[in-house]
Design a protein around this ligand. Structure first.
Ligand code: PRX
Length: 641
C-alpha cells in the first residue's frame, strides 16, 4: 500500500505543517481522499470551542472496518494483519491474515446482530489480549455499535460504574486471562459488576483459560457457539460477507473511560471519520511505516494506545500489528527482546515504565537476542527520562534506530507532538515538534500566551484536529468545563510543558490533580474516594511522588479512627479496599497515617505541602502561615514513612 500523505523529508515536514496552518481544510481534504467512503463529505470542518462543537468531514458516510479490512483484501488478503504472541512462550503463535480477520469480524458482526445489538448500542468489552478482542472491537464497528473497552485491571465496581454511565446493554468478556504467572478471573469480575445491574441484557463469553465460571441462562452466551452459528450465516459457497453499516462521519465509534481531576472517570467519545483519519495519518508518519513491516505496540487494547496503534492505525494502513498477551518480565525480563527476535519486529512502541523496569534487570536479558530487525523505537504515556532514553537507544536500538517520543492523550485520539522517525530529529526526553495540523501554545495561569523559545507554561492546542474528543458520554457540559473552559477558545491538555531554544516541546507532567502511574492516568480524587470508603477512615489526601520505575507513585495521607477492633486493621486493608473500588493499578505505594491534614481556613487541603513532604523536600515546604493549624505540618513530617 502506498501512503501519498507520508512525509519523507524534513523539508516536506515543514511544507506540510505550513499547509496545515494556512489552509487546514484543504490539507485534511487531501488526506481524507486516501480512505474508502460510501459518500464524500460536503464540508471538511465546522467548529467552535465554546460549545464545543467539532464536525469533521460533515455529510461523509463510511465504515471504518472497510478501511481497516475490506480495502486490503484484494492486495493483502493472505498477508498477516495480526500476529498474536501468547503469554506463555511455549504456546503457539497465531497469525491472522486479512482474509481471516475479515471472516472473523463478519462473524462477530453477525453474532452481535443475532443477539439483538444494533447501531448506536453500547457494548462493553472486558477481555484479555487475545485476537478475539480485536475481532470484538471491529465487529462492533462493523455494525455501528459503540464499543467501550475496559482494561482487565479494573475492578467490578469500576466496571459497574462504567456500565451505568454508558447504559451498556451488552458485554463481551473471557472466562479468564493470563498475565505472567497469574490468571485473572474476568467473567467472575463481570458477574460481580452485574449484581444489581438491570440494564445489561446479554453477556458473550470467550474461552481462554477454561476456568470454571457461572453461566446464567438467557443472559450468558458462549462466544464459540454463537460464532459457529454466525459462520454458517456469513459464509455462502466459500464467499464471506457481512455488509458494513453506513455510518455518518460524526457517528460515535467508541467510548473510552479515563481519569480526570474529579472522582468519576469520563467517557471520552471519538467519532468514526476524524478518528480514522487521525490514527492512520499519525501511524504512517510518526513511525514512518512501510507496508510489510511488523509493528509491535506493547500496550493493552484497554487503553487508547492500543485502540489507535494496535487496532485502527496499523490495520487501516494495511499493516501487520503484533499483539502480545503477556507482560515484559515473564517468564523473564527478556520477553520483549525474544519477541522482537522471533518475529523480526520492525517497530517497537512501548512505555518508559517498561524500559525503566527492564533496565533494572541488567543487560543479560538483551544478550544473545537478535534485535537487528528493529528500525524504529517509540515511547508513550509519560515523560521519558534521559537515562531510560539512552539505555533504550544504545542497548535496544544499537544507536541505529530513531526514538519517537510521542506525546498525546486519550482525548486527542492519536499522537500530537513527536518527531517523525528518521525524518525530523529526535532529542532525548523531548517530544520535539507538533504534527501537521497541531498548533500548540503555552499559556500562563491567567491564560496569556507565552511566546518565544526557552519558556514553559500550560500546554493548550489552538485549532481542532480530526482526532479531537467530541464529547464526554452523556454529559457534554463536562467536556466543555474540563477541556474548553479553563482558557477560552483553547483545548487545555492538563499538561505542563517547556519549549526549548529550538522550539522543541518537552512535556513535564500533569498540572492538575491527575497522576501518571506506570503510564496510567489515575485521578487523586478517585483514589481518595476509594480510601474513604474504608470503614474507620475519616479523611484522606493523595498526591504523587517521583518513583524510579513507575514514574509517579501514589502517596496517601490517611486520617484513621477505627473502632477498637479495627485498630489492628491497617495498610493492607486499605489497599484491599482500593483494589475493590478501582483496581490493583490504583493501590497507593505509601500510606501514612496522620491526625490532621494541612488545610487553609476555608478548608481546602494544601496539596502543594503534601507533595513536598512526599518528595522528601522538607526544607522547602514554603509558607504555612495561611494554614488553619500549621502544627499539622510538623506532625506529618515527623511521621514520614
Ligand atoms: O501527561 C501526559 C502523559 O500522559 C497523559 C495522557 O494519558 P492517557 O490519556 O492515559 O494517554 C496515554 C497514552 C497516549 C498526558 O496528558 N503523556 C503521554 N505521552 C507522553 C506523556 N508525557 C510526556 N511525554 C509523552 N510522550
Amino acid at each position: 500500500m502506498t501512503y501519498p500523505y507520508q512525509i519523507k523529508t524534513l523539508q516536506q515536514y515543514h511544507e506540510a505543517f505550513k499547509q496545515s496552518e494556512e489552509n487546514p481544510e484543504m490539507f485534511w481534504d487531501n488526506v481524507a481522499e486516501n480512505f474508502v467512503w460510501h459518500k464524500k463529505w460536503d464540508k471538511v470542518l465546522d467548529w467552535n470551542f465554546t460549545e464545543p462543537k467539532v464536525v469533521w468531514f460533515k455529510g461523509g458516510k463510511l465504515n471504518i472496518t472497510e478501511n481497516c479490512i475490506d480495502r486490503h483484501l484484494a492486495t493483502r488478503g493472505d498477508e498477516p494483519a495480526l500476529i498474536w504472541e501468547p503469554n506463555n512462550p511455549n504456546e503457539e503463535t497465531r497469525v491472522v491474515t486479512y482474509n481471516r480477520l475479515h471472516k472473523r469480524v463478519c462473524q462477530v458482526a453477525q453474532m452481535l446482530t443475532n443477539l439483538g445489538v444494533k447501531k448506536g448500542d453500547r457494548v462493553c468489552i472486558y477481555m484479555g489480549m487475545v485476537p478475539e478482542l480485536t475481532y470484538a472491537v471491529l465487529g462492533c464497528a462493523r455494525i455501528g455499535a459503540i464499543h467501550s473497552v475496559i482494561f482487565g485491571g479494573f475492578s467490578a465496581q469500576s466496571i459497574a460504574d462504567r456500565l451505568e454511565d454508558a447504559k451498556a446493554e451488552y458485554i463481551i468478556t473471557c472466562d479468564g486471562a493470563y498475565r505472567g504467572n497469574k490468571e485473572i478471573p474476568l467473567k467472575s469480575v463481570i458477574d460481580d459488576a452485574l449484581l444489581g445491574n438491570k440494564v445489561v441484557k446479554k453477556v458473550i463469553v470467550y474461552t481462554r483459560t477454561s476456568t470454571p465460571i457461572s453461566m446464567i441462562k438467557d443472559r450468558d452466551f458462549w462466544w464459540e457457539d454463537e460464532m459457529e452459528h454466525a459462520e454458517k450465516q456469513v459464509e455462502k459457497n466459500g464467499v464471506v460477507s457481512f455488509p458494513a453499516v453506513s455510518m455518518d462521519a460524526e457517528d460515535p465509534l467508541f467510548i473510552l473511560y479515563t481519569s480526570g481531576s474529579t472522582g468519576k472517570p469520563k467517557g471520552v467519545v471519538h467519532t468514526v471519520a476524524g478518528y480514522m483519519v487521525w490514527s492512520t495519518y499519525t501511524f504512517v508518519n510518526v513511525f514512518q511505516y512501510k507496508t510489510g513491516q511488523i509493528h509491535f505496540c506493547t500496550a493493552d487494547i484497554g487503553w487508547i494506545t492500543g485502540h489507535s496503534y494496535i487496532v485502527y492505525g496499523p490495520l487501516s494502513a494495511g499493516g501487520t500489528s503484533l499483539m502480545f498477551e503477556g507482560i515484559p518480565t515473564w517468564p523473564d525480563a527478556g520477553r520483549f527482546w525474544e519477541i522482537v527476535d522471533k518475529h523480526k519486529v520492525d517497530i517497537l512502541y512501548t512505555a518508559p515504565t517498561a524500559i525503566r523496569s527492564l533496565m533494572g534487570f541488567g543487560l543479560d536479558y538483551v544478550k544473545g537476542k537478535d534485535l537487528s530487525s528493529l528500525k524504529v523505537l517509540g515511547s508513550v504515556g509519560e515523560p521519558i527520562n534521559e537515562e531510560a532514553w539512552q539505555w533504550y537507544y544504545k542497548n535496544i536500538g544499537k544507536e541505529r534506530c530513531p526514538i519517537v517520543d510521542t506525546w498525546w492523550q486519550t482525548e486527542t485520539g492519536g499522537i500530537m507532538i513527536s518527531n517523525l522517525a528518521g525524518v525530523t530529529p529526535h532529542k532525548p526526553a523531548h517530544a520535539t515538534l507538533p504534527l501537521p495540523g497541531i498548533h500548540p501554545i503555552l499559556v500562563d495561569e491567567n491564560g496569556n500566551e507565552i511566546t518565544g523559545n526557552s519558556v514553559s507554561g500550560n500546554l493548550c492546542i489552538k485549532h481542532p484536529w480530526p482526532g479531537i474528543i467530541r464529547t464526554t458520554y452523556g454529559d457534554h457540559e463536562r467536556c466543555r468545563t474540563n477541556y474548553f473552559a479553563t482558557y477560552p477558545n483553547l483545548y487545555f491538555t492538563g499538561d505542563g510543558c517547556m519549549r526549548d531554544e529550538d522550539g522543541n516541546y518537552r512535556i513535564t507532567g500533569r498540572v492538575d490533580d491527575v497522576l501518571n502511574v506506570s503510564g496510567h492516568r489515575i485521578g487523586t480524587a478517585e483514589v481518595e474516594n476509594a480510601i474513604n470508603m474504608h470503614s474507620g477512615v475519616v479523611e484522606s489526601a493523595v498526591v504523587g511522588y517521583t518513583h524510579d520505575i513507575k514514574g509517579q507513585g501514589i502517596y496517601a495521607y490517611v486520617i484513621y479512627e477505627g473502632s477498637h477492633h479495627e485498630q489492628n486493621l491497617t495498610r493492607p486493608d486499605i489497599l484491599q479496599t482500593v483494589s475493590r473500588i478501582i483496581g490493583p493499578i490504583a493501590k497507593p505505594d505509601k500510606i501514612q497515617f496522620v491526625t490532621g491534614l494541612p488545610k487553609t481556613r476555608s478548608g481546602k487541603i494544601m496539596r502543594r505541602i503534601l507533595r513536598k513532604i512526599a518528595e522528601g523536600e522538607m526544607g522547602n515546604i514554603g509558607d504555612t502561615s495561611t494554614l488553619l493549624d500549621p502544627n499539622v505540618v510538623e506532625e506529618i513530617i515527623k511521621g514520614v514513612i
